[in-house]
Write a protein that binds this ligand. Structure first.
Ligand SMILES: O=C(O)C(=O)C[C@]1(C(=O)O)C=C[C@@H](O)C=C1
Length: 291
């Protein structure tokens, strides 16, 4: 984004060569990238002013939302989305060079739960005997496998992770469906936007809405606030409020700028209906090159 070195600090779900790293690097190529071990650690880093932005995974085309990110943004932090990054995801099976000859006898497979789920069919039919082990990211899995060269184990991760940690890809593209993309949020403490020049498509606003009371038609009323104004929703998802069974908040992506008159009217009407609305702000989407 800028030619000046180390101007901004960007936290990301690391270690280096995770998919989150590739997405971050694509847009913040000259900034100081700070690896964090977990999603909450990334979010806390930006909330506590240790970094300027944090990049975290939000949603995958095959597996859906990353609940930890959604819930942490609703329950724990008050942050804004400065931009959304989209990255093509290619999952590969990789082992240590020492184990390459007997890779079909692997005794365990390591990766992030989302990555393991994206390759569920492949792993189930080829390696039903091998236990799956969850790690905090795909690159953490590659690093773990590299640190245990004498064990006949494999990681599911990207090609950059294989290079970085000196592993051999023994089976490329093991994700179960061809179209595999992940959305990442760039989070900021200020309601700001990354520059629009490199962005792709529409402005988008993310809202987290809690309904006033559980009455019939309440969600219908909320949706009609957007419908009659012709405000297009690209996503709606419910997540537990964590106050009782059946209590939810709704996360909505609206393809509009929060400063548009129709959006301002929608926010006023939602308040008049008694809804609590947490806006994560308006942002643009950036397409990062392949992972
Ligand atoms: O960034 C990574 O490497 C991660 O392990 C996280 C994550 C995710 O949570 O969705 C990111 C992209 C892929 O969809 C798989 C895993």
């Amino acid at each position: 984004m800028t030619n000046q070195q180390w101007e901004k600090r960007i936290a990301y779900l690391g270690p280096e060569a995770s998919f989150t790293y590739l997405a971050t690097k694509a847009i913040f190529s000259n900034e100081w990238l700070v690896p964090c071990a977990t999603i909450p650690e990334c979010i806390e880093a930006v909330a506590n002013d240790k970094v300027d932005f944090a990049v975290v995974p939000l949603e995958n085309a095959l597996e859906g939302s990353v609940p930890l990110t959604l819930d942490y943004l609703f329950h724990e932090a008050t942050l804004y989305v400065a931009g959304e990054l989209q990255l093509k995801i290619q999952q590969h099976l990789m082992v240590n060079k020492e184990q390459k000859a007997k890779w079909e006898e692997i005794k365990g497979v390591y990766s992030h739960p989302h990555a393991l789920a994206q390759c569920h069919k492949y792993l189930f039919y080829r390696f039903s005997h091998a236990p799956l082990h969850q790690t905090t990211s795909t690159s953490a899995a590659a690093k773990y496998v590299a640190e245990h060269p004498n064990e006949c184990i494999a990681a599911v991760a990207n090609a950059a992770a294989a290079t970085k940690y000196g592993l051999e890809i023994v089976q490329p593209n093991i994700h179960d469906f061809h179209f595999n993309h992940t959305r990442f949020f760039v989070l900021s403490k200020q309601n700001q936007r990354l520059p629009q020049e490199l962005a792709d498509g529409h402005a988008k606003t993310t809202l987290m809405i809690t309904l006033p009371i559980d009455r019939s038609g309440a969600l219908h009323q909320v949706l009609s606030v957007f419908a009659w104004r012709q405000l297009n929703l690209s996503k709606i998802e419910s997540r537990p409020l964590k106050t009782g069974l059946g209590d939810y908040f709704f996360m909505l992506d609206v393809l509009a700028d929060e400063h548009e008159p129709m959006m301002r009217g929608a926010m006023e009407e939602l308040a008049a209906l008694g809804c609590q609305v947490k806006s994560l702000g308006t942002y643009f989407t950036y397409l990062a090159s392949e992972g």
